[in-house]
Design a protein around this ligand. Structure first.
Ligand SMILES: CC/C=C\C/C=C\C/C=C\C/C=C\C/C=C\C/C=C\CCC(=O)N[C@@H](Cc1ccccc1)C(=O)O
Ligand code: ZN
Ligand code: ZN
Length: 505
């Protein structure tokens, strides 16, 4: 609804009249819980399930670089999965499964209503290497529980999702519940190196099997954030409805070598260092107001004060101060712009030789409102030095935006499932700031969601690929139950926010 607001600049002079769009957002009712939990819809995290997760964390299924991973450990982790979930892998006639390219896994769970389009759940079984070992509060491949937290590489990226999906599916099958809607599960083994041997081969196999389309896809992604977005209290479940693109650049400067006692005025190192500094000092522009982040902020309105609502409802007016505020934290800065990370810098041969070559790698995550070409053109203009060669080593355009409205089935399944686990949460569409294996599956559905049911508090985002990666015992129970609710809710045809929960739930 549009409303005229008159701003009085002085006591006597009414000077400015602005058309301010506020009311329809502030009047939107807060989402209410539809959760009705009974014993039969809850999977308790008993000792057996906790120990299975701890054992899963014990496998050093590390991917370091393309073609450089602990394949033995990845294979053993697969064997452990196969041995640990008997209904999925042996007893249930509803399941077919296979190893793909030896290390990845694909499952099909047959639903009893062939008129319903299947969906796809994804996760990955590899993890990034461990650094700063001496700073971990518990060994990273121990799965040790300390003060209510399970520690280990993979607790948030991404063994939580692997094991949560498996526990939920095993529980369903062992309880003799037959899903109506078929679903696939894909566990890739090289997500952390963006390889083409894991999820990419699973996608090829699905195509060979004649699968053309799935109803929706859920993969790892954004999380439940609490106390992380300034000024927003309570949990915010951010669902990645699009994903940033990626551009990896190689910057290089070549100059003749020589004796360090007679140096030229500038060296390759100096020239490249200046180029890198220019990139860091001239961040890509804020795209606030141009894409999904507008819907995201609008969905946050129920959690906001009146003043915040006015600002969010008028992003066009408050774009600059809001961008400035959001830019202050790396996590929120990542949502509003293409970001730049200089990740590798190499040069020099010998102490007393002028370096013949300096090279730097620049990693951009591209905002969905920009293209790769725009990003490279911007960098070229900012560097403004023809001696710096700019090569695109790898690139992927940002992903299309998945439906996130009231009638988008996959989004509503997710939203309902989140609300059953976190009744007080607001569910918001968001931009996935990192990258996932979903790029292999974009041809299967336009409804691709990137969401991990990980409850994060201040300090937790840094644990992604970082030190002391951990998940609370309570949160792991929520992970299992989130996937269980999701599987049950996906059987609800015509699910809508008003009548959403499974009748049994
Ligand atoms: C409502 C939201 C508003 C603001 C957001 C505020 C805070 C966000 C805090 C936490 C975000 C939660 C999750 C996502 C963040 C980081 C994880 C990113 C990716 C995980 C998967 C991954 O690591 N992928 C790799 C893939 C890759 C591998 C090799 C080379 C390139 C890519 C990656 O992206 O690096
Ligand atoms: Zn991951
Ligand atoms: Zn990762």
């Amino acid at each position: 609804m549009l409303r005229m607001v008159r701003l009085t600049l002085t006591e006597d002079v009414e000077a400015v009249v602005l058309i301010v769009r506020t009311v329809h957002l502030s009047q939107r009712p807060a989402q209410t819980s539809q959760c009705r939990q009974t014993d039969s819809d809850f999977i308790p995290l008993n000792e057996e399930r906790l120990q299975r997760f701890q054992k899963a964390l014990g496998f050093e299924s590390v991917s370091r670089d393309s073609g450089d991973s602990n394949t033995d450990e990845i294979f053993k982790f697969g064997e452990f999965i196969i041995a640990s979930f008997p209904h999925i892998h042996r007893h249930s006639p509803l399941v077919t499964w296979e190893r793909v390219n030896n290390l990845s896994l694909l499952y099909h769970i047959q639903g009893n209503d062939p008129s319903l389009k299947p969906y796809l759940l994804m996760a990955h079984i590899d993890v990034v290497p461990v650094t700063n070992l001496d700073q971990w509060d518990a060994p990273p491949f121990s799965g040790e529980v300390k003060d209510g937290f399970i520690y280990g590489r993979g607790t948030i990226d991404d063994k939580n999702n692997v094991m949560g999906i498996l526990e939920a599916t095993e529980f369903m099958l062992s309880s003799n519940i037959k899903p109506k809607r078929s679903f696939y599960i894909s566990f890739g083994h090289d997500e952390e190196t963006r390889g083409n041997a894991g999820a990419s081969q699973v996608a090829n196999l699905l195509r060979q099997k004649g699968v053309k389309e799935v109803e929706f896809i859920v993969d790892e992604g954004m999380t439940v954030l609490e106390g992380i977005i300034d000024g927003v209290a309570g949990p915010v479940a951010s669902v990645g409805v699009t994903e940033k693109g990626i551009v990896l650049l190689n910057l290089s400067v070549e100059l003749p070598p020589g004796h360090s006692s007679m140096p030229p005025r500038e060296t390759a190192i100096g020239i490249l260092a200046r180029a890198v500094l220019r990139l860091e000092e001239n961040p890509h522009p804020s795209m606030l107001g141009a894409g999904v982040e507008t819907d995201m902020f609008e969905s946050l309105v129920p959690k906001m004060s009146y003043l915040q609502r006015v600002v969010i409802s008028n992003i066009w007016l408050f774009r600059y101060p809001l961008s400035w505020l959001l830019s202050r934290k790396p996590s929120t800065n990542a949502v509003i712009r293409t970001v730049t990370a200089v990740t590798i810098f190499n040069s020099g041969v010998k102490f007393n030789m002028i370096p013949p070559l300096a090279e730097a790698k620049v990693n951009h995550r591209v905002h969905p409102s920009q293209t790769i070409q725009e990003v490279v053109d911007y960098d070229r203009a900012v560097i403004n030095d023809p001696r710096v060669k700019i090569e695109v080593v790898y690139s992927m355009e940002p992903h299309p935006v998945a439906g996130h409205g009231e009638s988008d089935f996959g989004y509503q399944v997710l939203r309902t499932s989140v609300r059953q686990i976190w009744p007080e949460a607001v569910v918001v569409p968001a931009i996935m700031v990192g990258n996932t294996d979903t790029f292999n599956f974009l041809n299967f559905s336009t409804n691709v969601y990137r969401f991990s049911p990980t409850h994060m508090f201040p300090g937790d985002p840094e644990r992604f690929h970082g030190i002391n990666e951990r998940m609370s015992v309570k949160n792991y129970e929520q992970v299992i139950n989130f996937f269980y609710h999701l599987i049950r809710n996906a059987d609800q045809a015509g699910l809508s926010p008003v009548h959403s929960a499974h009748p049994d739930l």
